[in-house]
Design a protein around this ligand. Structure first.
Ligand code: CA
Length: 227
């Protein structure tokens, strides 16, 4: 079994200590930050399985951090707030957090929530990609933008999945053909261009002006994160 790494962002020292102790007891390894400034960089450069994120931090607040992390990562986030009445407001902000816990909490409850979120995300993580407002259900051949079905054909879906699975990577037309067809029967470069055109058109039917697939001159195409 692999050890889960929990990132604890908490400026109240005694709370952090208790959380770290309970996480360790549970067999998780932990990383602790008592402020927000280094969190985004850390998550970009290190593997983290879950973030326990305090809302009120001395520098960058938890809401901003949650939004920043969501721009590039689907890592599970549990937000911790000192005010229970704030949870409704947080939910309304659609931050993409996986759960909310209110202080004061019992460490046992926190562990139970962590376990639940990890279980849930592990089940879905294999099959769904969340990226730049898109939600791609690999097994169902369904891609959503802002919750609406884009309506890709099977081929369009495969191309889109290829791009969104490797954000930023440039694919040549040949890469695309090799990746989506077992035998490159009569697929030509122009076919690929047509599919890309249709993919863009369907995305724009849901949201005008959104174009995550950009052409790389003389090479091919890539998926560019929408910030
Ligand atoms: Ca705090």
């Amino acid at each position: 079994m692999t050890t889960h790494k929990i990132l604890i962002v908490e400026d109240e020292e005694h709370i952090a200590e208790v959380l770290i102790a309970y996480c360790k007891q549970q067999g998780y390894c932990t990383e602790h930050f008592n402020s927000g400034q280094d969190v985004v960089n850390f998550v970009k450069n290190n593997h983290v399985d879950l973030i326990l994120l305090d809302l009120m931090l001395p520098d960058v607040d938890g809401i901003t951090l949650c939004k920043e992390v969501r721009l590039f990562s689907n890592v599970p986030i549990i937000m911790v707030t000192a005010k229970s009445e704030e949870i409704d407001r947080l939910l309304g902000l659609n931050l993409g957090a996986d759960d909310y816990i209110c202080k004061p909490f019992s460490p046992k409850e926190v562990i139970a929530r962590i376990q639940a979120v990890l279980r849930r995300t592990q089940q879905t993580k294999m099959n769904i990609i969340y990226q730049s407002g898109f939600e791609v259900h690999k097994e169902d051949y369904v891609a959503l933008l802002k919750g609406k079905d884009i309506g890709f054909t099977a081929v369009e879906f495969k191309i889109f999945l290829l791009f969104i699975s490797q954000v930023g990577r440039v694919f040549t037309r040949e890469d695309i053909i090799n990746a989506i067809y077992n035998q490159a029967l009569d697929m030509s470069d122009r076919n690929i261009d047509t599919h890309i055109k249709n993919i863009r058109k369907k995305i724009n039917e849901i949201e005008e002006g959104v174009n995550p697939i950009s052409a790389v001159y003389g090479v091919g195409y890539k998926f560019k994160e929408i910030l």
